[in-house]
Design a protein around this ligand. Structure first.
Ligand code: GDP
Ligand code: ZN
Length: 401
């Protein structure tokens, strides 16, 4: 039976219904609202449930719980070798610490072949091992947990990078299959876009969703400059643009850095987290960071009048405190998300409503593009899937091919 017909055939709610029946009625109302069959709605709900499970915020960890121990080990290792000239031949070859167990640190800044590593609240200069330096852009990033050793010349050297629990990366344009990681071990990635100036491009939000899904980071979509929305009509239009994301259960906040609107809520969402702010230039990332942490004063770029875009203001990646209990990886503005190959699973997770409709499509190899009687196209025509999302899906899917 056509699932749509099945839904429409349901009569009014009978008296004395069980919880299960009430739940089913609620479900069907939801399906009708979005012009979806029950199977489609179930698939979408499953996607949303899985996404939430994957990206649910992990409990923030205490920063220095094992670093103080690690730092002690470094100091002990140094004491073990008071005179580099008297070091053993192994040490002279630069083989490192003489006792088992290596210190752990946190990368707070990276330069070419060098890092600043925080240990027990103290930041140390360290060099990268030759292996790490060779593939620096993928091998080590700000936010990484690292093991260091004291080299023969008493210099601190980053030896190993611990496995990352999350990251943000983009494909390396020079080396196929390799990624450039620009922030590691993040709790939240905040995509900042502007309600106006520059124009909000939902395709960027879609690509961001795939990038964070890939890097296992919880996304937060932050719409800045809501002060530029002139009237209720503008606000409704914005809500409509955002509906595909709020429907998926993604966190969306609306703020104005210049008016201070929504800043306390944003700060509360980021409390205890390590986060990164990404987004096109000119959307107000620096202004927002300055609002969140008035002690830090970042240069705010003027928007170029010709195209409404801003200048680049941040120049190097570093990990900084953002207020009392939040850490932020400040990266040179990440303006676009090149994704490289996008898998079918990644596409489905970022576009659950399209995956839901596609499952009901009667052509197994349908491209959901021009085929007649395609369930996805039908859903777009009926308004169940936003046309803008379908177009964005097509662009990402085409890039995949
Ligand atoms: P970034 O390039 O993303 O770091 O953006 P900036 O913080 O440098 O801001 C770019 C421009 O947008 C500056 O001229 C800011 O004054 C302006 N701006 C930032 N936030 C807001 C806001 O909430 N409302 C309005 N109207 N302008 C803003
Ligand atoms: Zn189709």
């Amino acid at each position: 039976m056509d699932p749509e017909l099945e839904i429409r055939d349901q009569g009014g709610p009978p008296v004395g219904r069980t919880d299960k029946e009430r739940q089913r009625d609620r479900y069907e109302r939801e399906c009708r609202k979005h012009h979806r069959s029950r199977d489609e709605q179930r698939q979408i709900d499953e996607h949303v449930r899985q996404r939430k499970a994957r990206t649910s915020r992990r409990a923030p960890r205490a920063w220095d719980e094992d670093d103080s121990v690690a730092f002690e080990k470094i100091k002990r290792a140094e004491r073990l070798r008071p005179d580099p000239a008297a070091a053993s031949s192994a040490d002279a070859a630069g083989d490192g610490v003489t006792e088992p167990g290596t210190p752990a640190g946190l990368v707070v800044w990276l330069g070419r072949g060098v890092a600043r590593v925080e240990l027990d609240g103290v930041v140390h200069e360290a060099v990268l091992s030759a292996e790490l330096a060779r593939h620096q852009q993928s091998a080590i990033a700000v936010g990484d947990r690292v093991e260091c050793e004291v080299a023969s010349d008493r210099e601190l050297r980053v030896r190993v990078v611990a496995p990352r629990r999350s990251w943000l990366a983009r494909p390396d344009p020079g080396i196929a299959g390799r990624e450039r990681v620009f922030a590691a071990n993040l709790d939240v990635a905040v995509l900042v876009v502007a309600a106006r100036q520059p124009t909000l491009r939902p395709g960027l939000i879609d690509r961001f969703c795939i990038a964070v899904e890939r890097g296992r980071v919880a996304p937060l979509i932050c719409i800045n400059k809501v002060d530029l929305l002139a009237d209720a009509g503008d606000r409704t239009a914005l809500e409509e643009q955002l509906a595909p994301y709020t429907d998926q259960g993604l966190a969306v906040c609306q703020v104005s850095a210049s008016r201070g609107l929504g800043i306390d809520e944003l700060r509360a969402q980021l409390a205890g987290c390590t986060c990164v702010f990404v987004g096109p230039s000119g959307v107000g990332k620096s202004s927002l960071l300055n609002c969140l942490d008035p002690m830090a004063s970042r240069a705010v770029g003027a928007v170029r009048t010709a195209d409404g875009k801003g200048r680049h203001t941040t120049t190097a990646s570093c990990l900084v405190a953002l207020g009392a209990d939040t850490r932020c990886i400040d990266t040179p503005g990440v303006r676009a998300f090149g994704l490289g190959q996008v898998s079918a699973a990644e596409l489905a997770a970022a576009f659950p409503e399209i995956a839901g409709a596609a499952a009901a499509c009667r052509f197994r190899d349908c491209r959901h593009d021009r085929e007649p009687e395609c369930a996805v196209r039908d859903a777009v025509a009926a308004g169940g899937i936003a046309r803008r999302r379908w177009e964005s899906w097509q662009r990402v899917a085409a890039a995949d091919g």
